[in-house]
Design a protein around this ligand. Structure first.
Ligand SMILES: Cc1cc2nc3c(=O)[nH]c(=O)nc-3n(C[C@H](O)[C@H](O)[C@H](O)COP(=O)(O)OP(=O)(O)OC[C@H]3O[C@@H](n4cnc5c(N)ncnc54)[C@H](O)[C@@H]3O)c2cc1C
Ligand code: SF4
Length: 518
């Protein structure tokens, strides 16, 4: 039996890394168990071929779809989790997302807490992750108790032109909130060099506000914090009554060890957290740990997304493109009764990453080479909310492997958003017939594989019959078990999820801190 800790945190991503940071100052003994290693700093970090074509930083896991077909999921096992590769678009959910929202395919349920409950934690999260943004530009944003800690990342000329064109057309574009360590007022001293390799790439110079850089590294020198990498947790054991986790089973370099902690926080990401609970079934929890409600693994969401490339006659020399957002269609509008979602920019196309799409892309402009196409491309990311359907779920098989059954919802809303994008492009010098789905950004040909925004497998709530966690994110059926990653989302909204996972980790961190205080 290995050592005993006050708190054991499983996973070091947006949820687990932030939770560790929140608890480190308590002086309590904290063990971080991370199945991955530190992401290597190497030239490949900023090279589209290894990153996008070869999938260098994607796990070698095999998961299975609802039809039983194997696929390689887009998950990232490193210190910092998925945030090592994320685009650092750090949005708050809108106040309306916390209430019930009527969608074309059903109702997005209300959260047990309101935007006002989360607001102070969003502010703390933005301070911690150094979010850049401009208050008051986004028409759907809720009130804030503190301004953004950094001014918005400025638009480069082509994006400024597009923004001006949209404003002229009556739309309300805004500077997208973004977590990069960029000091535009003092570029020579800025950690971020404002490069083009941000969205979907690791940051070679550690200038992205990811969970490793912002949350984990800063606490590693503290004597009460221990990080074990290459440490995969495979099972949680409980006492006979099933009310207390008594052992955290870890495999490290093929060796098995069992750690004990007064509190155990599962932060392995929505699919893997569900996997761990389901694989921890016992006599006391025959259907999986904390799964008396049969909700563990269910209600999996990951957004109904589309990456789009639009071509314009003007060259697009933008380096850092993720500076613009459009929420005019986020909620119902006068001429459409449902929410359609969020439009934002993604990383700039380059010829290398476009190689797989060559025939389609060069067909749009036959006289152009792939480099010409990339040079004129403007890249958008459309996000529509998907609904928490009980049938969209993670289960595990006899080997403990993940099976992920998922059918998209709100396709009509996603189509509507695409149509709106095509319309607004007419205000920006990009004709709508020059728009194309951009499949290479994520592998859209196997929709479930692109599970970057996964959430919702252990939702929190006030009724133990329909939830896994209580409002403090403690498991209803286990006294010392918390789940602190995107699993707790009862609905996902249509903005990127990481800031909400971070804010919640700070919130739950305070709850745990009060509980373990002497
Ligand atoms: C390419 C890409 C772009 C994205 N862009 C954005 C964006 O711009 N904005 C945004 O808000 N979100 C973005 N996201 C999503 C965002 O990164 C996630 O929502 C967020 O990281 C989820 O946090 P988490 O704590 O739930 O999981 P993760 O951050 O994935 O952390 C889970 C951790 O648990 C570890 N782990 C898993 N299983 C085990 C186990 N059994 N034992 C031990 N450790 C384990 C993993 O290795 C990982 O470190 C993006 C994601 C990707 C992949
Ligand atoms: S833009 Fe900044 S944060 Fe992003 S990869 Fe480049 S240097 Fe890193």
């Amino acid at each position: 039996m290995a050592e005993h800790y006050d708190v054991i945190i499983i996973g070091t991503g947006a949820g687990g890394g932030t939770l560790a940071h929140a608890l480190a100052g308590s002086g309590k003994r904290i063990l971080l168990l991370e199945r991955g290693d530190f992401l290597p700093r190497e030239t490949q970090n900023w090279d589209p071929r290894p990153v996008f074509v070869d999938g260098r930083y994607i796990s070698k896991d095999t998961w299975f779809g609802g039809d039983g077909k194997p696929f390689q999921p887009q998950v990232h096992y490193f210190v910092g989790g998925a945030t090592k590769l994320y685009g650092a678009a750090l949005y708050r959910l809108r106040p309306g997302d916390f209430g019930e929202l009527r969608h074309v395919d059903g109702v997005s349920p209300a959260w047990p807490l309101s935007y006002d409950d989360f607001e102070p934690w969003y502010s703390k999260a933005e301070q911690m992750y150094q979010v850049h943004g401009n208050d008051g530009e986004d028409p759907t944003e809720g009130h804030r108790s503190q301004p953004y800690p950094w001014p918005a990342v400025s638009h480069e000329p082509r994006i400024a032109e597009i923004s001006a064109g949209l404003e002229k057309g009556g739309y309300r574009p805004f500077h997208a909130p973004c977590g990069i360590l960029l000091d535009e007022a003092n570029r020579p001293a800025s950690t971020c060099i404002r490069c083009t390799w941000c969205d979907g790439y690791p940051c070679l110079v550690h200038a992205k506000s990811d969970a490793e850089v912002i949350a984990v590294r800063p606490v590693l020198s503290q004597p009460n914090v221990t990080l074990l990498t290459g440490a995969e947790v495979t099972k949680l054991e409980t006492d006979a009554g099933g009310r207390t986790v008594t052992g955290v089973v870890v495999y490290r370099d093929g060796d098995r060890a069992v750690y004990t902690g007064d509190i155990v926080a599962v932060c392995a990401g929505a699919a893997n957290s569900a996997k761990l609970l389901l694989n921890s079934a016992s006599d006391a929890h025959p259907h999986g740990l904390a799964n008396g409600s049969d909700q563990v693994g269910r209600n999996y969401m990951f957004h109904n997304c589309k990456a789009v490339v639009a071509l314009s006659k003007e060259k697009n020399d933008t380096v850092f493109q993720k500076t613009l957002g459009i929420n005019d269609f986020y909620f119902a509008t006068d001429d459409y009764e449902y929410p359609a979602g969020n439009i934002q920019m993604i990383g700039k196309s380059n010829a290398e990453a476009m190689r797989g799409e060559k025939p389609k892309l060069t067909k749009l402009s036959p006289e152009w080479t792939l480099s010409d196409v990339a040079g004129h491309a403007v890249d958008f990311w459309l996000t529509t909310e998907d609904l928490p359907r009980p049938e969209n779920r993670v289960t595990t098989d006899a080997d403990g492997s993940v099976h992920l059954a998922y059918k998209s919802t709100n396709d009509a809303e996603a189509d509507r958003l695409y149509e709106e994008l095509k319309k607004i492009l007419n205000h920006t010098g990009m004709a709508e017939h020059h728009v194309l789905g951009k499949n290479f950004y994520m592998d859209m040909s196997i929709p479930v594989a692109g599970c970057a925004h996964q959430a919702g497998t252990c939702r929190f709530g006030t009724d133990p019959a329909t939830s896994v966690l209580d409002v403090n994110c403690k498991a209803n059926e286990v006294d010392n078990l918390y789940v602190v990653d995107t699993s707790f989302f009862p609905s996902i909204g249509a903005v990127n999820p990481a800031l909400t996972a971070i804010a919640n980790a700070l919130r739950v961190g305070e709850i745990i801190q009060q509980r373990i205080a002497p």
